[in-house]
Design a protein around this ligand. Structure first.
Ligand code: ZN
Ligand code: ZN
Length: 273
């Protein structure tokens, strides 16, 4: 029983990632419009009504935009922590199910999800560690100014890590943003730079790590080749797996953990580009 991971797209204009096992489908974040989410799912021939659960990491619109509408229309269970539910104005009984930090949630006997608190702005944000029942774990980490000891402990041993590489430090500093925004982005509650991401990956990498997806790249303050080269420069010699970038458009590839061939391009599946 492998776990398939498809980034529907990632960036400041929307984030959503599909997880699939044999009998279970889960979305992490639902930050595109409902129409856009359904369109992206249809490109990989997924019926929205087959999604069992939607997990929302935090209340910012690029992660939560159509979550409630989607869960109601598709009949999917909506999960988030209580702080996110309050900020979204969701009723924690009628609209969603809430969880506490480090409380493992079993969607069924195939997929379980562990939320880890991470520092981000005014949000009670979480990273998610997903287990697929046969010992493989995958980590999903976006929107944080720095990695905590606890997060790094849980990322160690993961077979897959999707992690943000939000900005290139010198590009941000030389770019058009006002100083106050630059300070916010680089603060403990902001986002990870390429070099911070590279350092975290270097710290948590074990021989089990087969695939990495860099995501949530800033349009203005980053570029895919900068993020990839910075990470590869830091971990290159030790890392024997594959590295991908999820951009704002998508989906473009599918990662399969727990199988010999860890990735597949899904371009040929796209029926409505
Ligand atoms: Zn955010
Ligand atoms: Zn975000």
């Amino acid at each position: 029983m492998g776990l398939q991971i498809t980034h529907l797209g990632s960036g400041s204009r929307g984030n959503s990632t599909l997880l699939e096992s044999d009998n279970c489908k889960v979305l992490i974040d639902c930050g595109f419009s409902l129409k856009q989410t359904e369109k992206r799912l249809s490109r990989i021939r997924i019926k929205p009504s087959s999604i069992d659960a939607i997990f929302i990491t935090h209340h910012h619109g690029d992660h939560s935009k159509s979550a409630l509408k989607a869960s109601q229309k598709w009949g999917s269970s909506l999960y988030c922590n209580i702080e996110t539910a309050i900020k979204m104005g969701w009723n924690p009984i009628a609209d969603c199910r809430t969880f506490g930090n480090l409380e493992r949630i079993n969607i069924n006997d195939e997929i379980s999800v562990l939320p880890i608190p991470i520092p981000h702005d005014d949000a009670e944000n979480i990273a998610l560690i997903v287990s697929n029942g046969d010992g493989n774990r995958a980590g999903f980490v976006t929107d944080l100014g720095e990695a905590t000891v606890e997060l790094k402990r849980h990322l160690k041993g993961c077979a897959h890590i999707s992690i943000e590489a939000n900005y290139d430090h010198s590009k941000l500093m030389q770019g058009p943003y006002p100083d106050s925004l630059k300070r916010r982005i680089t603060s403990r509650g902001g986002h990870l730079s390429n070099s911070q991401t590279a350092e975290i990956l270097n710290e948590v990498m074990t021989p089990e790590l087969k695939t990495i997806v860099l995501c949530h790249l800033s349009d203005k303050n980053n570029a895919p080749h900068l993020a990839e080269s910075e990470v590869l420069m830091r971990i290159g010699e030790e890392f024997k797996g594959m590295i991908f970038i999820s951009e704002q458009s998508g989906p473009e590839f599918k990662i399969i953990i727990g199988e010999e061939n860890p990735s597949t391009s899904i371009k040929e599946d796209i029926s409505d580009p």
